[in-house]
Design a protein. Structure first.
Length: 578
């Protein structure tokens, strides 16, 4: 093999860039263009049937109970309708956060940052817009109108989990074929390890068929070039041991001999594969933590940002990680370009969550770094227990929280304008802060700038889930680009406001109808009293009762001024004639 090809392979393996699934077929993880709608409808129906026990094995009740317990703290804070149910937008938000919390799976189509009206083909659009129709049919009712109950939400989440689990079957079948193993035959411990190692290479390498062939055909290249291969083998062994333990604890009828002989069926291998998907992020988290540590060391101001010059300087001198092109960073929503003093900055939590750092990528989900903000928001949800809270209640809670990057577990500094900013958010909502909205998420980012991503407006970055391969050849910065930025140090002098990126546009991730009061409503009676006083005094002044206009406390000059003032306040009124 030519050296240039070997260098390309080594780069691809070292960066661990996962692409789209290698072979087209039916199912959730396949982009069949025009067939997506019907394919997903069929697959979701199959998954729902497994959850509800309609044919085949029913999802065990224990799993449904686990899902309910996981989402219950969040569910209690979600704004519900008069029937105690959630609309589709709210359920979609719950689903997105559930999968991020449990496995750091970013399922395309469920992200709050995706605009519901985006004109985009594929299953991502189906999940974001058309799934309610399918779920409604399968749950048997008009849920689009009356909403979804907790039990129905649990069933939906279990069905999505089952969709992901079922989708892995195709790739595993392919691995069995390439390894020359018959699916109907049981295999021993050594053979299941070999199959799982091959599966992991296929799963992480995606469509790079040539690279997969070389890696699996030459053990030396695999062990020397695939990142952390020895650790990955240990991870696989751990998943097999977990399966052995579960089988011993809950033996199934007819499988006693296989258990005693240490034999594994295709279904057993599939079970291990499902565990890999669910737990892989927790295994890979050490890499994410290492990357965050390097970025935090470059964050001189503690504002969760790294200057682009420092970012590229490190990319050139120390680590291959920090090499995305400026345009790619911008498209991912990672750059803060609002500061005239500090120049272009990489937002640490946004970068860690970016698709370029998701270690596994399929066409419909990514396995990304853990979103640490979920833990912080979860603690707030547990203590608030409702959709809104007063600024003081939130400040009291946050003052007792600490983040992984805080020194000596110190709470965030709320005296630098953050408390006033939170109160201004509450003022725009009648005195309460909706905790499932963009403004509160934005506030959390500034309270915990290294853990909570900055929430961009929905639809701002259509490419935010594009992997490097999907973005194109320009995803990596050239040496000239890195050098140019690394040599242009930005000024950091001056006491500049650290919230230069703050924007006042609110976007609620759930339906808060009936849960929020307009800013003027809670003081409407006082406004009416003042208005009537204004009218009365103005009218008297107009007829000389209070003397000339300049002696009136309301110096509008004439009744016409008073009327214009009332109209400007959205009211229409005329003076009483006496």
């Amino acid at each position: 093999m030519a050296m240039s090809s070997l260098r390309c392979l080594t780069c691809a393996v070292t960066l661990a860039i996962a692409n789209l699934p290698a072979v087209a077929g039916k199912g959730f993880l396949v982009d069949n263009t025009g067939e997506d709608y019907q394919a997903l409808k069929k697959d979701l129906q199959t998954a729902m049937e497994e959850v509800l026990g309609c044919g085949g094995d029913r999802i065990r009740q224990e799993r449904l109970t686990e899902i309910e317990n996981d989402i219950l703290p969040m569910w209690r804070t979600m704004p519900s309708n008069a029937h105690g149910r959630l609309d589709w937008r709210s359920l979609r938000y719950v689903a997105h956060r559930y999968f991020m919390q449990q496995s750091s799976l970013l399922i395309k189509g469920l992200e709050p940052s995706r605009a519901l009206g985006e004109s985009e083909v594929g299953a991502a659009q189906i999940l974001s817009q058309q799934v309610p129709e399918h779920v409604d049919i399968m749950l048997g009712g008009h849920h689009a109108e009356k909403g979804y109950s907790l039990d129905e939400a649990v069933s939906f989440l279990a069905a999505l989990e089952q969709l992901i689990f079922d989708s892995e079957t195709h790739l595993l079948e392919k691995v069995y074929v390439t390894q020359g193993v018959q699916q109907q035959h049981s295999i021993g411990k050594q053979q299941i390890r070999q199959l799982l190692e091959a599966y992991l290479v296929h799963w992480m390498m995606g469509t790079d068929e040539e690279g997969i062939r070389i890696l699996l055909g030459n053990r030396t290249i695999l062990e020397e070039n695939f990142p952390h291969w020895d650790d990955l083998k240990g991870f696989i062994d751990g998943r097999v041991r977990s399966l052995d333990f579960e089988r011993a604890q809950s033996p199934k009828a007819g499988f006693g001999k296989a258990l005693m002989d240490g034999r594994y069926s295709f279904d057993d291998t599939h079970e291990v594969v499902g565990g890999i998907t669910r737990t892989f992020q927790h295994y890979w988290e050490s890499e994410c933590a290492s990357m965050k540590h390097q970025l935090v060391e470059m964050d001189r101001d503690g504002n969760g940002r790294v200057s682009l010059s420092d970012f590229y300087g490190t990319g050139m001198d120390q680590d291959w990680r920090f090499g995305e092109s400026e345009d790619y960073l911008r498209q991912l929503g990672v750059l803060d370009e609002t500061s005239p003093w500090r120049g272009k900055q990489v937002i640490i939590p946004n970068y860690l969550q970016a698709a370029s750092n998701c270690i596994v990528s399929t066409s419909h989900y990514l396995v990304c770094c853990m979103n640490e903000c979920e833990g912080l928001l979860g603690e707030i949800e547990v203590q608030i227990g409702k959709p809104t809270a007063s600024p003081e209640q939130i400040l009291d809670i946050v003052a007792n929280l600490s983040s992984s990057s805080s020194q000596d577990d110190a709470p965030p500094n709320l005296d630098n304008g953050l408390a006033a900013q939170l109160r201004s958010v509450a003022e725009s909502h009648g005195g309460q802060v909706p905790i499932h909205g963009r403004l509160f998420a934005q506030w959390l980012h500034y309270a915990f700038p290294r853990e909570c991503p900055f929430p961009h407006k929905a639809g701002s970055f259509a490419a935010h889930t594009l992997t490097p391969t999907e973005f194109g050849q320009e995803y990596f910065a050239t040496k000239e680009e890195m050098t140019r930025h690394a040599d242009s140090k930005s000024a950091t002098e001056g006491d500049e406001d650290f919230m230069t990126q703050w924007s006042a546009e609110e976007e609620l991730f759930a339906d808060y109808s009936g849960h929020l009061v307009a800013p003027w409503e809670h003081r409407s009676s006082g406004m009416l009293f003042s208005l009537f006083s204004l009218i009365a005094i103005g009218g008297l002044a107009a007829y000389g009762v209070l003397g000339r206009a300049k002696t009136s406390p309301f110096d509008f000059g004439s009744w016409g001024g008073v009327e214009r003032k009332a109209v400007s306040m959205g009211l229409s009124c005329k003076p009483h004639m006496v």
